[in-house]
Design a protein around this ligand. Structure first.
Ligand code: AMP
Ligand code: MG
Length: 366
């Protein structure tokens, strides 16, 4: 049985066990409006996607959500590195040889990924693929720790500056043989903005898009109260929330995304050590610092997704990048159960678990 089928089976089991309770909120108040809440869940992009819209009727809601799910299937076909026919697989296949023509969406996503790699000084790097493959993520046998020599050799194949673009022919190539793209760190962000754009084409004004924990909001809630987003407990069962943050924009006329990266999302154990799925492109190993979860809030879900991964790699020093970036808020959780939130959201963070405490930047140590 291949790992994709195994992942799908385990996701279905998770869905059943938690009774569709992942990141749920209380149903929102639609009284006083003509709107009804419509929500559906689908397993696409190797994750659980839950889309909730407020529509004038059930049919309108269902039609909009189905359109979103159809778009997610199309994205999966283009980006899936485990599907030999996908656009990303064809680029990987031709690394060091030739460029490959891709769709406009993929072309622009890859250009954005290079931009975010530069902004995070390579902590987020879309050419991490050769390393994720070496660690065995997604392989039939599952992940294991590679030999140091293999890591050293593979590190040479990770460099976002070696992605080449041909604007005229909309072609993308990897300059070195053996290089591999892995868009795992931004695929859900891209799927989120595409979902948002699908809804922009409909009459839906208000929506809560949750693609495997990557959350994107459209418009205000029908009762005009703030959206309240749960933050996953980094050391407890999936779906257990240890904090909530209000996303309360005066005018939510663009998308608003809250995306979390955590060392707990995928990991394995070998000889008593735990190894997680987010790799520091400068060492070739999973990060080991004190920051174990980073949530980023900004208007663009792709940027939020790239930054959340990059900041988790950077650790505490990532705060400088956040402070320098306009329109971005962040919430970090440390292994020592300290929570830090930037000034724009700090007052709206509520902790549900007494083991955690809200602290200033200066009090967290790496
Ligand atoms: P996320 O959950 O968004 O942080 O994405 C994690 C996924 O991104 C991993 O499972 C890998 O496929 C990929 N990845 C791991 N490390 C990096 C990195 N430093 N830069 C970019 N992608 C990465
Ligand atoms: Mg990410």
């Amino acid at each position: 049985m291949n790992s994709k089928i195994l992942t799908a089976i385990s996701l279905v089991i998770i869905l059943l066990v938690i009774g569709f309770g992942l990141f749920t909120q209380e149903p929102d108040d639609t009284s006083g409006t003509d709107l009804v809440e419509y929500e559906d869940t689908a397993l696409i992009l190797d994750t659980i996607n839950r889309v909730r819209v407020y529509a004038t009727g059930e049919d309108e809601g269902r039609e909009a959500v189905d359109q979103v799910f159809r778009r997610l299937e199309e994205i999966d076909d283009k980006l899936d590195i485990y599907d030999a026919e996908s656009e990303i697989s064809r680029i990987n296949e031709n690394a060091g040889t030739s460029k490959v023509e891709v769709s406009e969406g993929t072309f622009n996503l890859l250009k954005d990924s290079v931009k975010y790699a530069r902004e995070t000084e390579g902590d987020f790097d879309p050419t991490i693929g050769a390393l994720t493959l070496l660690w065995g993520w997604g392989s039939v046998d599952g992940p294991s720790v590679p030999a140091q020599e293999e890591i050293n050799d593979t590190l040479e194949l990770v460099n976002y500056e070696n992605i080449s673009f041909d604007e005229d022919n909309r072609e993308v190539g990897l300059d070195e043989e053996g290089m591999k793209l892995d868009l795992g760190a931004i695929a859900k962000g891209y799927a989120s903005i595409e979902s948002y754009n699908v809804l922009e084409e409909t009459e839906i004004q208000s929506a809560f898009i949750n693609l495997g924990g990557n959350i994107t909001l459209k418009g205000m809630k029908p009762d005009q109260s703030p959206w309240r987003i749960g933050i996953q407990h980094p050391r407890s069962a999936r779906g257990e929330v240890m904090a909530a943050v209000d996303v309360d924009e005066d005018n939510l006329d663009t998308s608003r995304a809250i995306v979390t990266s955590g060392d707990y999302e995928r990991y394995f154990e070998e000889e008593g050590e735990e190894y997680h799925h987010i790799i520091d492109p400068s060492t070739g190993y999973p990060t080991t610092h004190n920051i174990i979860s980073a949530s980023i809030i900004t208007d663009d879900p792709v940027k939020a997704d790239a930054y959340s991964t990059g900041i988790l790699v950077r650790g505490l020093e990532g705060r400088e990048i956040i402070e320098e970036t306009e329109n971005m808020e962040a919430l970090f959780i440390s292994e020592d159960q300290e929570v830090f939130a930037t000034s724009g959201i700090r007052d709206s963070v509520e902790l549900f678990d007494d083991d955690f405490s809200l602290v200033d930047w200066e009090e967290i140590t790496d």
